[in-house]
Design a protein around this ligand. Structure first.
Ligand code: GYE
Length: 326
């Protein structure tokens, strides 16, 4: 390369460098070369219809809000999520958001984020850390309330019916906030009447395949099952297959109450296979982007933001089906 050509290349590089600097407010690593807010988002995985809808909502909302999204899928493993968060810290993103796979064990990595002055937003699932200064806000549902709604339905459904009611429970991912809370909310709602007996309870990890497998085991081991309570729709849908393969009618021989309110569950409800569904709203993207902008600007935000949601009977689900987004 001639000296002149080399000088021209150097000058060009300097101009690029300068313009990058001026548009980023001084960032030297080029990560914000377009001046956009950078959000690192560590998702749980792709375990359910709810999760797919949640991921889509976050990705679309980031686009709409002009936010650069660094997306990571932890495949339902906490260690992967911790790695992703560390990598976001290293990349000096503006804000970190994540949906914690499980409730415990986050203090160390969140202290690292705090030391790096990167605000953290919890979305969808909570953590059990005593130090609430480790995150700016938690946006998501009240899972205890969801469990309670499922239990309240059961109590009402069997109000006038005498005799024992044997319930089997498909729990979500062990140690996760929705599994812990949906279990305790439900237990609380039914504890007033000893006729309700949870005869078996096991994790189905929020997936269809596991829900089916565990329901098969329940059907083999339990001589009388009246009700299935599933912590999410995907496990309920897997269990429906197991029940049908065992020659029983889901929704009739075994009543089913579930949580989420995804389209496939509404279809099953319209066919009489699920009796009650508690809604859990996955469309958190727009709210999350708003919050990311606010915490980045140092504005104060509520420390806990609860999602508003309802419940669905089969009639309501059938009516909602044509316009259900997810
Ligand atoms: O109910 C389930 C998903 O954390 C609320 O996770 C979420 C739960 C949701 O796998 O379907």
């Amino acid at each position: 390369m001639s000296k002149r050509a080399a000088a021209a290349v150097l000058a060009g590089a300097m101009i690029v460098g300068l313009s990058a600097c001026s548009s980023t407010g001084g960032s030297s690593d080029g990560k914000k070369s377009n001046g956009k807010l950078v959000l690192g988002f560590a998702q749980v995985g792709a375990e359910s219809g709810w999760r797919t809808a949640n991921t889509k909502s976050v990705q679309e909302a980031a686009k709409k809000a002009g936010i650069t999204l660094k997306f990571s899928d932890a495949q339902q493993k906490q260690e992967n999520q911790i790695k992703a968060i560390r990598s976001f810290i290293q990349q000096k993103v503006d804000v970190i958001a994540f949906s914690p796979v499980v409730e415990s064990g986050w203090d160390t990595v969140l202290k690292e984020a705090k030391a790096a002055h990167i605000p953290v937003i919890l979305t969808d699932r909570a953590i059990d850390s005593a130090d609430t200064s480790l995150y700016a806000t938690f946006l998501g549902s009240d899972f205890v309330e969801e469990g309670k709604k499922a239990g309240d339905w059961l109590v009402k459904e069997y109000q006038a019916k005498p005799g024992e009611v044997n319930v089997v429970q498909l729990e979500g991912t062990t140690g996760s906030a929705p599994a812990n809370d949906r279990k305790s909310g439900f237990a609380d709602a039914i504890k007033g009447d000893p006729k309700f007996k949870v005869v078996a309870s096991q994790t189905g990890d929020f997936t269809r395949a596991k829900g089916k497998e565990v329901m098969q085991a329940f059907l083999k081991a339990q001589p009388k099952i009246d009700v299935l309570y599933a912590h999410n729709d995907d496990m309920a849908l897997g269990a429906i297959q197991a029940i049908e393969e065992a020659g029983k009618k889901p929704g009739t021989d075994i009543k089913i109450v579930s949580v989420d309110g995804v389209k496939d569950a509404f279809t099953a409800m319209s066919q009489g296979k699920i009796n009650f569904d508690v809604e859990c709203n996955p469309l958190l993207g727009d709210q999350l982007m708003e919050l990311a902008k606010k915490v980045k600007n140092g504005e104060s935000v509520e420390h806990r933001i609860k999602t508003v949601e309802g419940t669905f009977t089969p009639e309501q689900a059938t009516a909602a089906l044509p316009t259900r987004q997810y």
